[in-house]
Design a binder for this molecule. Sequence first.
Ligand code: OOG
Ligand code: MG
Length: 257
Amino acid sequence: MIGPDITGIAGKLGAAADTATAIPQLAAETGLDVDTAYAVQTALLQRRLDRGERLVGLKMGLTSKAKMAQVGVDEVIWGRLTDVMRVPDGGTVSVGDFIHPRVEPEVAFLLDRLPEPGEPVADFADAVRAVAPAIELIDSRYANFTFSLPDVIADNTSAGAFVIGPWCPVPDGLDNLGVLLEIDGRTAQVGSTAAILGDPRRALDEGIRLAGRHGVRLHQGWIFLAGAATAAVPLRPGAHVRAVVEKLGTASLKAAA
Ligand code: OOG
Ligand code: MG
């Protein structure tokens, strides 16, 4: 039997991202399941590496009920982050570089010592050197931001860009810190780190487990986004966005007018 055309599908998704042009969903038509969708994601990453981008970390998706409900997919997923996706804290993005960008407040981990293969669970204190407030800009390549589980996996879990605020030591009570997403000084979303799998530390265990299934190991020095604590909000030209996480501080981003 001939399987889905992994490279061809990655080419379509990559071109959609490069030209900021939405495409129809493709998983049903091309017979993608979860495993082949991760193979497409790997081919998409390879396209980026081939043009000189560097893999700098991993992101989790749909680790909160708010996010699952917003997109109608209820499985935890993971994707890849490259250096080109990183926007400096306080930096500016151009809405026109994206199709229909949304922003969401996240918590980032700076990875330190990861478990060896066979060691089941990371000791969080060894595995994470620092934490930071973060903003993820997501941008589904599919029309109307609508997709199935394999569609969104193939599309590198809608990864677009990300901002990391100041790194700080892991504070007490990481499992229940207040989270705010502000747009132009007004509160757009309110939540808690408890929304991230009950405790964002669990997102790391899930990332190690789920990525491990596909032969991907996390590395020292990588950035790890634990997933949004609230639903995402459309990013409009001219908007000033801040993610505020209690005890961690703020990450911010501007959208060019
Ligand atoms: C999928 C990516 C989800 C998160 O933090 O939950 C995600 C999407 O919502 O398009 O990044
Ligand atoms: Mg996210």
